[in-house]
Ligand binder design. Sequence first.
Ligand code: NAD
Ligand code: UDP
Length: 328
Amino acid sequence: MAVLVTGGAGYIGSHTVAELLARGEEVVIVDSLETGHRTSVLGGALHVGDIRDKAFLEGVFGQHDIDAVIHFAAYSLVGESMQNPAKYYDNNVHGTLVLLQVMQQFGVKRIVFSSTAATYGEPERTPIEETAKTNPTNVYGETKLTMERMMRWFDETHSLKYVALRYFNAAGAHESGLIGEDHCPETHLVPIVLQTALGKRDEIAVFGNDYPTEDGTCIRDYIHVSDLADAHLLAVDYLRQDGESDVFNLGSGNGFSVLDVIHTAERVTGLSIPTVIRERRAGDPAVLIASADKAKSILGWKPKRENMEIIIQSAWRWHQAHPNGYVE
Ligand code: NAD
Ligand code: UDP
């Protein structure tokens, strides 16, 4: 049986494909390559196309014996989602609907998919548990919550079993040094900090230093991308063992401020990283820290790289070896 990975040429998808291949799974990848990279796919059968193209997806499901889907394919820029909500509803919600329809058509009943801390919005309490209120403050988070709700109703009506993984901040790169983070445009803190260390950018803009935190900058929960990847494999196992549909946070439970990240990067790289304070970025909650106890106890997830230095060291290896990202 094969695992279908949508968005498997993207950042988190390519790391998950690497782990699936390492444990001997048959892997099928669907990716439009719109934000992903062909060379980030280390193996498996890559089909280039859009999940919204039903005939294309039917062709893929018809060619392979798929028993589970891991669904990463989506747009994920918060700012863009607030300027162009239709683009986000179309890819994230409509794209997922087409995927679910084709899964139903081919009798595939297991799906693990990327949700996000953005489904919670501004938290009332930290660390955030899965029982916390979901109240997204942006369109991106709303589309992910809608995807979760769609799956719930497909379960209710057609016994589709899903695991929604709500990631906090993915960072770092694969230990092989072959794959890493290369978004265009890049908006994430860790790669921007390391691009600044490399001299690819003049400075890093810190979005606000007047938050109610110790140093005034936002606190986030950074989790190594390979630990995230491991959780997807455990979630597939859980569904193959007839686990019930559920939602899990994936984070380290530790918070780092923007300045903590920059200072850690200075220590790891041995370079000084020019920093400038700018306005707050709209919609940024002050503190987002996960409780990942549920994923640990139910899925048996054990993050192995829960340390900011390790995360940044792995990302730094990738950025030094690939200063221009994937050159294709
Ligand atoms: P990414 O952009 O690197 O990967 C997404 C992949 O999906 C890309 O390869 C892209 O080409 C592909 N894709 C997009 N739309 C498609 C479509 N319609 N058909 C086929 N392929 C399509 O993003 P990422 O950072 O790896 O994120 C992966 C998933 O995780 C996304 O769903 C994102 O919302 C979610 N997520 C990411 C983070 C993070 O910190 N990076 C945090 C929370 C949630
Ligand atoms: N951030 C920043 N400067 C940047 C990029 C990000 O100060 O150039 C901050 C951002 O405001 C947030 C944190 O770094 O508080 C993490 O941002 P990122 O975009 O990586 O992830 P998010 O938490 O938005 O998903």
